[in-house]
Ligand binder design. Structure first.
Ligand code: GRF
Length: 217
């Protein structure tokens, strides 16, 4: 089966992008990263992608004030030029229109730093600490029209520890993001994800045994 030509969309440092690039460096990985596209020319991840020999493109969202369809049309021109079939959002800080999301339905995936549906939106680690949850984590999901909504492909949970700050908690979650996202994108690219009644199932994926408890009884 040919590898699925995939674009990673970024706005910033691109550590999840780097994790996906590292996974896709294996020719057996089902997705080929054929483009890294940023909505800001100063996204630090662009240099990392270029250093890895990946084609990059910039479509500056600030050049499309109040014109999301125009911004997305420019992105889709770049995506088409590179023959892109799948899109992985990795710290991409623009909300996409329902039209764009509909055109890419089932082929557009995002990573979010919380256990959705808890804490959609920004400042998830601050809000998890304020809420006093004992487990926090990250979610990879297919993108539907609502912000941080759509069928969940995979989640990873981490404990919230006494003395955690947003920074320490973010670092613990981020390490799991870097493991979870390559796995989930690989399942999607391999055609192992099926959505029924708004829920995603992954063919042949193993479930863990036991529970994660915090504190430990
Ligand atoms: C990650 O925490 C991701 O979950 C969120 O934005 C952050 C991007 O970080 N959507 P990076 O650019 O991948 O390092």
């Amino acid at each position: 089966m040919p590898r699925a030509r995939t674009a990673i969309l970024i706005s910033g440092r691109g550590s999840n992008m780097a994790a996906l690039l590292a996974a896709a460096a294996d020719p057996a990985y089902p997705a080929e990263i054929a483009l890294v596209l940023a909505n800001r020319a100063d996204a630090a991840g662009l240099a990392r992608a270029a250093a890895a020999g990946i084609p990059t493109a910039v479509v500056e969202s600030r050049h499309f004030p109040g014109d999301r369809p125009g911004f997305e049309a420019a992105m889709e021109t770049a995506l088409a030029r590179h023959g892109i079939r799948l899109i992985a959002l990795a710290g991409f800080m623009r909300v996409l229109t329902a039209g764009f999301v509909g055109r890419w339905e089932g082929r557009l995936v995002n990573i979010h730093p919380s256990l959705l549906p808890a804490f959609p939106g920004l400042e998830t680690h601050e809000r998890a600490l304020a809420a006093g949850v004992r487990l926090h984590g990250c979610t990879v999901h297919l993108v539907s029209a609502g912000v941080d909504e759509g069928p969940i492909l995979a989640q990873a949970a981490v404990p919230v520890l006494p003395g955690d700050t947003p920074a320490t908690l973010a670092a613990r979650v981020l390490a799991e993001e870097h493991r979870l996202y390559p796995a989930a994108l690989g399942w999607l690219a391999a055609g192992r994800v099926h959505v029924a009644a708004g829920r995603a199932l992954v063919d042949g994926a193993a479930a863990p045994d036991g529970a994660l408890r915090n504190p430990q009884p």
